[in-house]
Design a protein around this ligand. Structure first.
Ligand SMILES: [Zn+2]
Length: 195
């Protein structure tokens, strides 16, 4: 979310104030009390299993090689399970048969929180105007981007015994698992010189 400079309630200029342990932009106009809390926004993501493969989609605004999970925002009055099923229907025309939680993942770069589901889907794929293309990838062939929704894919693959292979989206090269960049030595380990 972009930051407000002026109060969206009364139009007064916002002021930086220490509130609840952080500096926040707040409205000091009498009787208003607006505070821009700037909390992360929940985003729904779907690891879609269709015909034994995983569905990745390319947004019309993205480069040709870039594919990702189906994602979307939760609507007011909607459960996340209903929301992810709705997004899947809107974007691909597929019907969610089962919806189960994979996990919750940080995406601080966009001040979002990803709620990722495994969705078994059926039906006929018809892409919305938002999407330019899709591909179906066998789980054992998946290569994973090292951010946000990629970690949900990694956890899903790992739980089923599939290989977990990350790649760099810029270079296309395989990279080490970024979730374990460094393994600390066990507490009782000592470095020993062995001639
Ligand atoms: Zn105000």
């Amino acid at each position: 979310m972009s930051s407000f400079q002026y109060c969206p309630h009364c139009g007064h200029a916002l002021t930086a104030l220490p509130l609840s342990g952080r500096e926040r932009m707040a409205c000091v106009q009498d009787g208003c009390g607006f505070v821009q809390w700037d909390n992360p926004l929940p985003v729904l993501a779907a690891v879609v299993e269709y015909d034994g493969r995983l569905l990745l989609a390319r947004n019309a605004a993205w480069p040709a090689h870039m594919f990702a999970l189906v994602t979307g925002f939760l609507e007011r009055g909607e459960t996340p399970e209903d929301g992810v099923a709705r997004e899947l229907k809107e974007e691909t025309n597929l019907d969610a048969e089962t919806v189960s939680l994979i996990g919750v993942y940080e995406f601080m770069r966009k001040n979002e929180l990803i709620i990722a589901y495994h969705v078994r889907a059926s039906g006929t794929i018809v892409l919305s105007e938002e999407l330019a293309d899709y591909k179906l990838v066998a789980p054992e062939k998946m290569r994973i981007w090292s951010a946000g929704t990629g970690f949900a894919v990694a956890d899903w693959l790992e739980a089923r015994g599939y290989p977990v292979r990350f790649f760099d989206r810029q270079t296309g090269q395989d990279i080490p698992d970024p979730r374990r960049p460094w393994q600390p030595l066990p507490a009782d380990a000592t470095l020993q010189y062995r001639p």
